[in-house]
Design a protein around this ligand. Structure first.
Ligand code: ZN
Length: 287
């Protein structure tokens, strides 16, 4: 048996903590007012994630929805106690363009309050719902700087019909805003055939074969660049209830759910992972 030498780049592992019924993909099936009536499945995915990270001695960043943190403070606490980073995914998964600037301020404040009340430190990292930080919602950077956030992970440098800034730097960069600047650490993309391909998580992580993700990470690593990966607790819960939604939505949501856990475990075996903040610090950024 051969052992694979571990390399020095510290990649960032992250989870967007939301329920399966809160994803943008299922908006037609669950209205905001329905949420409290749907039984939670959060602990199923979270138990598996926390056990895996414990087994592999790895840390990760958990971007919590404020709505979820208010209902599961003990789970927030478990993440804190295990040494993971707690960050903000906004309060109720609204797109930035629907919130607008003033309501975004309230949304962030409400989420910070929920996280702190659960026992977490005030978050320094943010990820918008569904990568909704794009050129039309660039004002969000001003708000994040104003509220003391040190990094953001909401810009997806890809071409996509509903989100993305394809010409944005796919590495870590500093974005100037009114009142200061903030680090942007986009989820991983891989440059091939003249464009950036999303390889950082979610549906693509389950769609692409494991070797492709491995190759993308190894390629970033050979350039000394860390990758930010993102997954959701519901992606480690193949037994979740099936939702009556259009075929394309169901395909994206349910594809290869049973493979998320073994794939993630294989990556944790091969690559080094830490929190978003740790990965930034390892690259010499102050956060
Ligand atoms: Zn989300």
């Amino acid at each position: 048996m051969t052992t694979v030498a571990r390399t020095e780049v510290l990649h960032a592992l992250s989870f967007d903590v939301e329920e399966y019924f809160q994803v943008a993909n299922f908006r037609g099936a669950f209205g905001r007012d329905d949420w409290d009536g749907v039984p939670s499945r959060l602990d199923v995915g979270m138990d598996r994630i926390l056990a895996l990270l414990d087994r592999r001695k790895a840390r990760a960043t958990f971007f919590w929805l404020g709505w979820v943190a208010e209902r599961h403070p003990a789970l927030v606490r478990r993440c804190v106690d295990a040494g993971h980073e707690i960050a903000s995914h906004g309060y109720e998964h609204l797109f930035l363009q629907d919130l607008g600037r003033d309501r975004f301020v309230e949304d962030l404040a409400r989420t910070e309050a929920a996280l702190v009340a659960a026992g977490a430190p005030r978050p320094i990292g943010f990820r918008a719902s569904t990568f909704s930080l794009s050129r039309s919602t660039w004002w969000a950077f001003d708000v994040l700087v104003e509220r003391g956030y040190r990094y953001d992970s909401s810009v997806h440098p890809v071409s996509h019909p509903t989100y993305g800034v394809p010409d944005f730097d796919p590495g870590i960069s500093r974005v100037g805003a009114a009142g200061g600047s903030i680090l942007e650490f986009p989820v991983a993309t891989w440059r091939a055939l003249g464009r950036n391909w999303p390889v950082g998580g979610g549906g693509y992580f389950r769609l692409l074969p494991l070797w492709a993700t491995r190759r993308a990470l190894a390629s970033l690593e050979s350039d000394g660049r860390p990758a930010a990966l993102y997954l959701h607790p519901w992606e480690l819960d193949p037994e979740q209830p099936r939702v009556d939604a259009p075929l394309s939505a169901r395909f994206r949501h349910y594809l290869n759910l049973d493979r998320t856990l073994p794939r993630l475990e294989a990556l944790l075996e091969r690559f080094r992972f830490g929190t978003m903040a740790e990965s930034l610090r390892a690259r010499g950024f102050e956060v």
